[in-house]
Design a protein around this ligand. Sequence first.
Ligand code: CAA
Length: 277
Amino acid sequence: MGDAKAPQQRGGYAEEVSAEELAEIGLRYEVDGEIATVTLNRPDKRNAQTSATWSALARIGAGLPEQVRVVVVKGEGPSFSAGIDLRMFTKEGVPGQGSFGSAGRQDDSSLKRLVDQAQQGFLWLRRPEIVSIAAVQGHAIGAGFQLALSCDLRIVADDVKFCMKEPALGLVPDLTGTKPLVELVGLAKAIDICLTARIVEADEAFRIGLAEHVVAGGDLGKAVADKAAQLLSTNRDAAAATKRLLQGASARTLEEQRAAEGAEQAERLRALFNAQS
Ligand code: CAA
């Protein structure tokens, strides 16, 4: 398990997570200018996730270089991610990567801490100063679906299969996926998807707003690169301010939102004017 205090701010970790450590966990992380790419890289296990995956994701988020504006999350092989590594539910767990095997003997506060630690791997993908894109092919099950939901945008291959499997396993989706799911598809559809644990394929995903674009599998990389280029074509600070406004909109009244727009615009106007003088 990772550090319970995994911070949401950049620069919180003095120590960067090494490529060797990531490889051991089944992750790859590359930064190319303003674009960072996180790859789930355990295709032989369909990119199943462990506590170590989530703790490493949190550390990547905390150490994200200031210049990064777009974060791409993708999976190697036929599936984006088959969700939690089911060995995590055994006593033995995944060697060196955690186990929930002792959950039955733990009290509320330690179990909540366990979940809180895991969630840190997902939360940072919503930060206003970045736009996160999930590139999803094949299965995105449970934790895999929630990882895709943690991203701002989902670009999917036509073979995508989203499934919120947790209720079928006696669990709830707890990796921060329930809020974006409801916001994207509405309460009734979210209840339908989660409480049946059924598979949502590409056509439906596009129709109900789960996916921004559906492309042929071979075109996924290009579609994501094109979207990243579009996102990088706007002004960095204006993009962050606009994302802050959009993210806050549903929780504000019109009057509050109007005021928030004014406050952000005052900042922008000042910055533009000062840049010219
Ligand atoms: N955990 C551990 N190993 C997994 C795995 C998982 N979630 N999913 C797949 N694997 C392994 C398989 O055991 C198999 O390993 P071996 O080759 O060593 O036997 C390998 O990956 C390939 O798997 P399949 O042969 O099954 O591949 P497939 O392409 O035919 O099927 C699949 C892919 C539909 C995703 C299928 O593997 C599957 O149903 N996996 C389990 C999905 C699941 O129930 N995930 C848990 C969801 S709940 C959750 O994630 C949230 C939470 O926090 C509780």
